[in-house]
Design a protein around this ligand. Structure first.
Ligand SMILES: Nc1ncnc2c1ncn2[C@@H]1O[C@H](COP(=O)(O)OP(=O)(O)OP(=O)(O)O)[C@@H](O)[C@H]1O
Ligand SMILES: [Mg+2]
Length: 298
C-alpha cells in the first residue's frame, strides 16, 4: 500500500469503524443480551465492551499514524540527503573533475616540451599517471553519487549496472547471482542504503584488495535477504581498522545497515581475502511495506 492508500484506509476506518461497532453492539444488545441478562448486567457488558473496543481502535489508529509519520520523516531526510549528494556531485564535476581534465592536458603539453630531457620526462609521466588515477577515482565517486537517481529504473538493473561498471574499471569478472526471482522484499527506504553498502564494498575491493576473483551473491533466507561480496585479495586485520582514523567506509556501511534494521559483518585476515555480508530484514506486509519511493535516499 502506498501512503495515499494507507491514509484512505485510515480515514475509512475512523469514519466507519466506530459506527459499525456501535450499530452492531446495539443489535446484539437488543436481540440477544436484553433477553438473556438483567438490565444491570447488560449495562456493565456494554460499558466494558465499548471501553475495550475504543482502546483497541485508538491503539491501532495511533500506531498506524505514528508509523506513517516516522516513514514520512525518514523520507524527507532522505530527499534532503539526496539533494545534498547531487550538490556535491555537481561541485565535484564543475570543480575537481574539470580541473583534472585541464591538468591532464597541461601534462601532455609538458611531455612534448620535455622531449630532450629524460629526467623531466619521467617526472611528467609520474604526474600524468597520478592525474589519471585521481581522475578515475573522481569519476567513480561521481558515478556512485548519482547511482541512487537510477534506482527508479529498478533495484536489480541498477545493481547490475554497478557490477558492470566495477568489471569495466577493474578488468575483473564478478560472479554475480542476484536474488531469484528478482524481488525487492524490503522496506521502501532500504533500497538506497543497500545500494550504497554494495557500492562501498565494491569500491573497497577495487581500491584495496588486489583480488583475482570476486563473488557477489544474494539469497533469501526466511525473513531476511543476505547479500555477500567475497574477494580472494590480500585481506586485512579487521580489528586494527576500528582504530584507524580517516577511514569511514566500513563504519558508514555498518551504520547504514543498522538504519534499515539490518546487520553487516566483515570477515577478513591478511592474505585470506575479505567477505562482506549484509543481512536485510524482509518488510512486513501492510503498514511496513510499500514501494514506489525507492529512488529517494542518501
Ligand atoms: N576488500 C578489502 N580488501 C583489502 N583490504 C580492505 C578491504 N576492504 C577494506 N580494506 C581495508 O580496510 C580499510 C578501511 O576500509 P574503509 O572502507 O573503512 O576505508 P577506506 O576505503 O580506506 O577509505 P574510505 O573512507 O574512503 O572508504 C582500508 O583502508 C583497507 O586497508
Ligand atoms: Mg572504503
Amino acid at each position: 500500500m502506498d501512503d495515499r492508500a494507507r491514509y484512505l484506509w485510515l480515514k475509512i476506518l475512523t469514519i466507519l469503524g466506530p459506527t459499525i461497532f456501535v450499530a452492531g453492539g446495539e443489535l446484539v444488545r437488543t436481540y440477544y443480551l436484553s433477553s438473556h441478562f438483567s438490565p444491570a448486567l447488560v449495562s456493565v457488558i456494554t460499558v466494558v465492551t465499548t471501553l475495550i473496543g475504543a482502546i483497541l481502535f485508538s491503539w491501532y489508529v495511533f500506531r498506524a499514524m505514528e508509523r506513517l509519520e516516522t516513514e514520512r520523516r525518514a523520507y524527507k531526510e532522505a530527499v534532503l540527503s539526496l539533494r545534498e549528494r547531487e550538490r556535491i556531485a555537481r561541485e565535484m564535476h564543475d570543480g575537481v573533475a574539470q580541473n583534472l581534465a585541464v591538468l591532464k592536458m597541461e601534462a601532455y603539453k609538458l611531455k612534448d616540451l620535455s622531449q630532450g630531457n629524460q629526467e623531466v620526462r619521467e617526472e611528467v609521466e609520474t604526474i600524468d599517471k597520478l592525474i589519471n588515477q585521481t581522475y578515475l577515482e573522481v569519476r567513480q565517486t561521481l558515478y556512485d553519487l548519482r547511482a541512487s537517481r537510477r534506482l527508479h529504473e529498478g533495484f536489480w538493473p541498477t545493481i547490475q549496472r554497478q557490477v558492470e561498471e566495477f568489471e569495466r574499471q577493474t578488468g575483473l569478472a564478478v560472479e554475480f547471482s542476484p536474488l531469484d526471482p528478482p524481488a525487492e522484499p524490503w522496506s521502501e527506504l532500504a533500497s538506497v542504503q543497500i545500494l550504497r553498502i554494495i557500492q562501498e564494498a565494491l569500491a573497497n575491493v577495487r581500491k584495496h584488495a588486489s583480488a583475482r576473483r570476486v563473488e557477489f551473491s544474494c539469497a533469501r533466507q526466511g525473513r531476511t535477504v543476505e547479500f555477500v561480496i567475497r574477494d580472494d585479495g590480500q585481506g586485512f586485520a579487521v580489528g586494527d581498522m576500528e582504530l584507524k582514523a580517516h577511514h569511514y567506509g566500513l563504519s558508514v556501511m555498518k551504520e547504514r545497515a543498522e538504519a534499515i534494521g539490518g546487520r553487516l559483518s566483515v570477515e577478513s585476515q591478511p592474505g585470506q581475502g575479505t567477505t562482506v555480508a549484509l543481512i536485510v530484514p524482509v518488510a512486513e506486509r501492510g503498514f511496513d511495506s510499500g514501494k514506489g519511493k525507492a529512488h529517494v535516499g542518501g
